[in-house]
Design a protein around this ligand. Structure first.
Ligand code: UD1
Ligand code: CA
Length: 457
């Protein structure tokens, strides 16, 4: 098999985004555009990948890590100039180089594979991935001769009225014979409207040398979207979202209203789980089988077991077991571990707390910096008083404890195994196992006091 190389163009600022974030780092379904591209390119059996970086170089590098080699383009003089920067890594190597723009996040590995095949079958020196789209505004147009053979690519800004009528566009993805590419790049000039060195000009240069230059047209028009502004970004988001949701549905997940369900790229969901409308699943979230998530829930980077129900709630960076029942209106804050069969009811906030198997906080509680054992019942309105204004302290509630309603557990404090805390208590000292703690003012009843008051009138 021929050697394969890849060059990813990611040095531009992305002026049209009007953003302080570099264009290729803008996320589509939670993942930076350039990462989407690299993830697809990685599937192609590539010997060496070089990402051309410039604007935000360090951030792009931090994102992609060692998945790619890098070439620095310190001045952005155009896409041909960008590819030139990969010369040191790739020049003189035998094989085919695919060039992909970092701002085409919807490009698929299968399409690039077909592009490679087409290129190899025709023994071409250059093959352009093209598409015929309804509104080609802004894209480079494919100019073919009377025999239908590719002559050159004309950028929108340089095109004549007649050329602008052409609907076949350059998607910005190409295969080149590696040696021919670097030879031709030396001949590209910047004599055009934008004063840039255009990569598409390589096509005409090779053509004029009598080399075979072809186009591979894809029917998947959505895939070719180049994101230059936020309108296109939202379009990419919409298409990617649809793709992700359809993928989950094909894998056995029920999504009641896909248009109103937002699942990021890396989320994993088990079979027979149902996702209800208004649900947002983000980051490295993993949801098990037979769960019911939503409506209107946000879950970011949580691991959720099987048969768990999470309704109208938010959960972040936590572990949630199986057969857990959360919500409505619960807030699971980071670093919480909720074991199986736990119930976290309405208006309960959990932060950095462990909840043992079968424990319950059914209503209106704050449990933060706490270790709750198994089969604990936390009564309505009870809270851990974890903060003295300066430091945070731990509350330990051992197995089988019963906390009466509206109790304050002033940390650091331990409630021993099987103990009871009477409703309305403010507990400031440890409670031994099996004890009953009552820490509230004694009730005094003043007999007939109301009558006395009435007399005064
Ligand atoms: C480019 C193509 C156009 C094609 C379109 C497809 C050129 C001249 N035009 O236009 O034919 O239809 O993509 O989406 O190539 N970049 C660099 N260094 C530079 C300039 C750009 O790394 O000096 C990177 C950008 O970060 C971006 C990519 O190359 O990821 C494409 O650049 P962009 O300016 O978006 O090109 P388009 O005008 O969209
Ligand atoms: Ca672009």
């Amino acid at each position: 098999m021929t050697n394969r190389y890849a060059v990813i163009l990611a040095a531009g600022q992305g002026t049209r985004m009007k953003s302080k974030l570099y264009k290729v780092l803008h996320p589509v379904c939670g993942k930076p555009m350039v990462q989407h591209v690299v993830d697809q390119v990685k599937k192609l059996n590539i010997q060496e990948m070089v990402t051309v970086i410039g604007h935000g170089a360090e951030m792009v590098k931090a994102q992609l890590g060692d998945e790619s080699h890098y070439a620095l383009q310190s001045e952005q003089l155009g896409t041909a100039h960008a590819v030139m920067q990969a010369q040191q890594s790739l020049e003189g190597k035998d094989g085919v180089t695919i060039v992909v723009c970092g701002d085409t996040p919807l490009i698929k590995a299968e399409t690039m594979e077909s592009l490679f095949k087409h290129h190899e079958e025709l023994s071409a020196k250059a093959t352009i991935l093209t598409a015929s789209i309804e509104d080609p505004t802004g894209y480079g147009r494919i100019i073919r001769n009377d025999n239908g053979l590719v002559e050159k690519i004309v950028e929108h800004k340089d095109a004549t009225e007649a050329e602008r009528e052409i609907n076949e566009i350059n998607t910005g993805t190409y295969c080149f014979d590696n040696a021919a590419l670097f030879e031709a790049l030396k001949k590209v000039s910047n004599d055009n409207v934008q004063g840039e060195f255009y990569l598409p000009d390589v096509v005409e240069i090779l053509k004029n040398q009598g080399e075979v230059v072809t186009a591979y047209q894809t029917n998947d028009l959505e895939e070719t979207l180049g994101v230059n502004d936020r309108v296109a970004l939202s379009e990419a988001e919409r298409i990617m979202r649809k793709r992700i949701n359809e993928n989950h549905m094909r894998n056995g997940v029920t999504i009641i209203d896909p248009a109103n369900t937002y699942i990021e790229s890396d989320v994993v969901i088990g079979q027979d789980t149902t996702i209800l409308p208004g649900t947002i699943l983000k980051g490295r979230t993993v949801i098990g089988a037979d769960c019911q998530i939503g409506p209107n829930s946000e879950i970011d980077t949580c691991e959720v077991g099987n048969e768990t129900v999470i309704r109208q709630s938010a959960a972040y960076n936590s572990e949630i077991g199986s057969l857990v029942n959360i919500g409505p209106f619960a807030h699971i804050r980071p670093d919480s571990t909720i074991h199986d069969e736990v119930k976290i009811g309405n208006f309960v906030e959990i932060k950095k707390a462990v909840f043992g198997k079968g424990s319950k906080a059914s209503h209106l509680s704050y449990i933060g910096d706490a270790e709750v054992g198994s089969d604990v019942n936390i009564g309505c309105g009870s809270i851990t008083v974890n903060y003295d204004g300066k430091n945070k302290f731990l509350t330990k509630i051992e197995d089988g404890v019963f906390i009466g309603c509206n109790s304050n557990l002033v940390a650091p404090v331990t409630i021993g195994k099987g103990a009871y805390v009477a409703a309305g208590s403010t507990v400031t000292k440890d409670v031994p196992g099996n004890a009953l703690a009552i820490a509230r003012a004694q009730q005094v009843n003043k007999e007939n006091y109301v009558d006395k008051l009435n007399l005064k009138k």
